[in-house]
Ligand binder design. Structure first.
Ligand SMILES: [Zn+2]
Length: 239
């Protein structure tokens, strides 16, 4: 009789793993997978090489000939212009007054989200369950650590206001969708920013020490060196 149950167990087990993967939803209220009121104005630069134009998402970008640079970030345009659309996620920042579409990513360690429309200063939520490992009042930043099938991730939400007192305490448990604050322009006085969410995801690598790499929770498998082999230097969260 036990042989009847084995396939069921295997099926349930596989399902539980698959249901975990890819569940980092956008941290902003009402915006998943993509809403026209949400814009992504910078993306994670996974190789972190200055002036590199090896993009994520296998989409080729070109450095703007006018070299638009803001606080160390370079802007890149998509070949042929137009928005950067990938599986329900749109990257469509227009900057510089030229009508071109830019994505900012050089040496940038996460996503920048801005919103337009009716919701002002939208609520920010934890993208998964976890525990608070960082709180920085000056930057309006909360860091959450997640254990997903034994793999440790950290997500950082920056430039927030109205951070609830219970998530200001290191070690506090948070649930998926728990309120972490609201989008704002909070930063160091010497680094003024517009209202946006800076969102970083890191993955713990190795078994000793405190070694982390930037990953892209909304990215796709890169085609280097092939579509079926990941670049070990550019790990992707969801495969
Ligand atoms: Zn940013």
């Amino acid at each position: 009789m036990k042989s009847v149950y084995l396939p069921v167990f295997v099926l349930l087990f596989s399902f539980s793993i698959n249901s975990q993967a890819g569940t980092f939803w956008f941290p902003i209220e009402g915006h998943y997978p993509y809403s026209s009121n949400l814009k992504i104005t910078a993306i994670p630069d996974l190789d972190r090489n200055t002036n590199s134009i090896k993009t994520r998402l296998w989409q080729k970008g070109i450095k703007n000939s006018q070299t638009i640079t803001v606080k160390g970030l370079n802007a890149f345009t998509k070949n042929g212009g137009g928005d950067w659309d990938f599986d329900g996620v749109r990257y469509n920042d227009s900057q510089g007054g030229t009508g071109k579409k830019y994505v900012w990513y050089d040496n940038h360690n996460g996503y920048d989200f801005i919103t337009t429309g009716l919701v002002k200063d939208p609520q920010i939520f934890s993208v998964e369950a976890g525990k608070v490992i960082n709180y920085d009042a000056e930057y309006g930043q909360v860091g959450i650590e997640h254990n997903i099938n034994g793999i440790i991730y950290r997500t950082y939400y920056t430039h927030m206001k109205d951070i609830p007192t219970n998530v200001q305490i290191i070690g506090s448990k948070v649930s998926k969708w728990q309120l972490l604050g609201r989008m704002s322009n909070k930063s160091k006085a010497t680094e003024p920013v517009g209202v946006h969410l800076h969102f970083t995801t890191k993955k713990k690598v190795g078994t000793v020490g405190d070694d982390w790499v930037i990953v892209d929770p909304y990215g796709h498998k890169p085609n280097w060196p092939s579509d079926t082999t990941d670049d070990p230097n550019n790990p992707y969260l969801w495969q």
